[in-house]
Design a protein around this ligand. Structure first.
Ligand SMILES: Nc1ncnc2c1ncn2[C@@H]1O[C@H](COP(=O)(O)OP(=O)(O)OP(=O)(O)O)[C@@H](O)[C@H]1O
Ligand SMILES: [Mg+2]
Length: 271
C-alpha cells in the first residue's frame, strides 16, 4: 500500500510545489538506487497547475482528464480518475493526475455531492494500491478541496518561508491540521514535519527566527533537521522544466533536499 503524503500551507509561494516536485524526483532516485523502482503518483490539487505543467509540459488537460473529473457528477468510480492518470516527462516511474483551472469550483460542488468530502480518499485508496508513493500538491488556501486531500493522505509536510510572518501562520496551519484530524476522526493522519524553505543567511533575523522556531514547544519538534537554502538554481531548473536533481545534483539546494528526503523516509518508517 502506498504512503500518501501532501504538502500543505495556506501561505502562497512558500515552496510547496518545489518541495513536492523535488520529493517526487528524489524518491524516484532513491528507489532506483536501491533497485526497487518505486512507483510514484503525483496528484495536482491546485488550480494553478504548476505541478502539472512541470511534470507534463502541459496545462490543458481539461475537466475530463484531470482531478476535476471526480466532481463532475453524482456517481464516481476509481476507473474514472484512473483514466486521467498520465505519464510524466521526468521518469517512467512517475505518473501524474493533472490539475485543471476548474478545480476552483470543487469546494462549491463537493458540499452538494454524496460523501463529497470523502470522494477523493475513497478513490485514491483504490488507485494507491498500484503505487509506492502518492504525493499531493495543494493550493495556498484551506478549502473543501484541502479537506478532501487531508482525508486522502496519511502524512503532511508543511513547507514554511520565514520571511512571511511565518511562525504565527505556521502555528495556525498546524492547529488546523490537528483540529481536522480530531473533527474527521482520521487517526491515520500525522504531520510528518515542517520544512524551512528559501533560507537566506543574509536576511537579518532569519537565523534568530529559526532559533526561536527550534525552541518552540509545539513546533520545534516538528522541524526537519536541515533547511532548504534560497538559490537561483531552483528558478533555472523550473525554467527548464526539470528536477533540481537533474539540473544541479551537487548544488547546495539539491543536497539539502536530498537530506530532507532521507529524513522523510526515516520518519515515515518510525513515526
Ligand atoms: N529554495 C528556493 N530558492 C529560490 N527560489 C525558490 C526556492 N523554493 C521556491 N522558490 C521559488 O519561489 C516561488 C514559489 O515557490 P513554489 O511555487 O514552490 O511555492 P508554492 O508554495 O507552491 O506557491 P503557491 O502557494 O502559489 O502554490 C517559485 O518561483 C520558486 O521557483
Ligand atoms: Mg504551488
Amino acid at each position: 500500500m502506498a504512503s500518501v503524503i501532501a504538502v500543505f500551507n495556506e501561505k502562497g509561494g512558500v515552496g510547496k510545489t518545489t518541495t513536492l516536485l523535488t520529493l517526487a524526483a528524489g524518491l524516484d532516485l532513491v528507489g532506483r538506487r536501491q533497485n526497487k523502482q518505486w512507483r510514484i503518483l503525483v496528484v495536482d490539487a491546485d488550480q494553478q497547475v504548476n505541478t502539472t505543467q512541470m511534470l507534463t509540459g502541459r496545462a490543458d488537460f481539461g475537466v475530463g482528464k484531470s482531478l476535476s473529473c471526480l466532481y463532475e457528477n453524482n456517481l464516481y468510480q476509481a476507473d474514472q480518475l484512473a483514466a486521467a492518470i498520465t505519464p510524466s516527462l521526468w521518469s517512467a516511474n512517475i505518473d501524474v493526475i493533472p490539475g485543471d483551472r476548474s478545480l476552483q469550483e470543487v469546494p462549491s460542488r463537493q458540499v452538494l455531492l454524496p460523501r463529497g468530502d470523502y470522494r477523493l480518499s475513497d478513490v485514491i485508496s483504490e488507485i494507491a494500491t498500484q503505487y509506492d508513493y502518492v504525493l499531493f500538491d495543494t493550493n495556498p488556501k484551506w478549502d473543501a478541496l484541502s479537506v478532501a486531500v487531508f482525508l486522502a493522505c496519511q502524512w503532511a509536510v508543511v513547507p514554511v518561508d520565514l520571511r512571511q510572518f511565518a511562525i504565527q501562520g505556521l502555528s495556525y496551519m498546524i492547529s488546523t491540521l490537528i483540529q481536522k484530524k480530531r473533527e474527521y476522526r482520521h487517526p491515520d493522519f500525522n504531520i510528518l514535519g515542517v520544512l524551512i524553505t528559501r533560507f537566506n543567511d543574509q536576511l537579518v533575523g532569519m537565523r534568530s527566527d529559526i532559533a526561536v522556531l527550534r525552541r518552540h514547544e509545539r513546533l520545534g519538534s516538528l522541524l526537519f533537521s536541515g533547511q532548504i537554502p534560497e538559490s537561483i538554481v531552483v528558478d533555472y531548473a523550473q525554467r527548464e522544466g526539470v528536477s533540481l536533481f537533474e539540473h544541479s545534483p551537487r548544488s547546495k539546494v539539491a543536497l539539502a533536499y536530498a537530506r530532507f528526503i532521507g529524513e522523510v523516509l526515516g520518519r515515515e518508517v518510525n513515526t
